[in-house]
Design a protein around this ligand. Sequence first.
Ligand code: ADP
Length: 383
Amino acid sequence: MKIKNKFALYNFIMLITPIILIGVISVCFLIIFILKYPVEELNITRASMIDPFIFSQALGEFFKNNPGAVCYAVLWAVICIVLIVTSTTVTTRLLTRSIEGSITDLSRAAESIRSGNLDFEVMGSDYDEIDTLCTSFDAMRKELKYANEREKYMKKERSMLLANISHDLKTPITSIKGYIEGIRDGVASTPEKMSRYLDTVYAKAEAIDDMVNNLSIFSKLELSRLTFNFEQSDFNSFLRNFIEGYKIDFEKNGIRFTDNISDTNAPVKIDYEKLGRVFSNIIDNAVKYGDTSEPSIEISTFISDGGVYACVGDNGIGISPDELKNVFEGFYRVDSSRSIKGSGLGLGIVKQIVEKHGGKIWLKSEGVGKGTTAVVYLPTIGG
Ligand code: ADP
């Protein structure tokens, strides 16, 4: 109910209640009065009713002859006054209490928020205006709670990211130091040993370089500082050309490759370098986490839902359903793949690049040991 209507209702109650009560009391008093006092002595004629002077004279005469009736009339007047005062006080009290209740709830809620407690619910009110205020207040509390949780999550993520970066950098650095010490101490005594040591040091330095590059791209993407140069092009031609360079590697590594790239024209906006990074990461993963005895990779595309889908499937170690969405977080690595070389940054970068192209990426897997398919969806221009 609107505050205005509630006030009008209470004003009406405030007016009608004393009228009814006084009416009832007066009727009772009048009956007793008529029974108790000789009212015929009042001698009220039509003329005296019209003329207030004659009427008051008749009344004065009556009360002079019946002094008890004066006390009776005074008692009636006092009771009427008490009734008026009591009913208005009670009605006003009820009205203020109902408004006070809602306002007290709101100020208690504000106090809770000020002291950092956001785990409560702001209850509604009978008054429309206060109810709207309560709803907005509760929405603000929920927003604050979400922002708090997000901040806590981000803090935890930042700490984990730092811990992971330092761990992933420290491992190859420790190893480089070990090999260099070996060279200094003369452990690499033969030219072959020396060459092996130097190759390892070089490989570790390359791993650090890769990691720093990935970190730099990852943070630039997070801060939206990576510039994209989009061109309109046929996605299927792009992918076909791109995997051409992989075919020799597949053959060399004994990977059975199935090419099911559609011939249909699929115009999309492409940043060649960045989208190349996406597919090289996905294909590298399919090779890295693929089956070791009979590796097989299938790349297919099809057009649907106003865009083009590209699927890269392997028959490798697979991923359990609850890990599927985590793999896009920076530094996340599924336990079963920890023994395989990787930083856990690749898919985090891939996801952001695909999203910058207006698309989506997800992984599908029937479970551990059942292979994985990476699906990239890109909207086609005019699709
Ligand atoms: P990494 O450098 O570790 O490969 P990614 O971000 O590319 O980092 O992948 C994150 C994690 O997702 C991997 O460590 C692996 O656990 C899992 N993953 C990605 N692709 C596959 C795949 N094709 N099959 C199985 N697991 C995969």
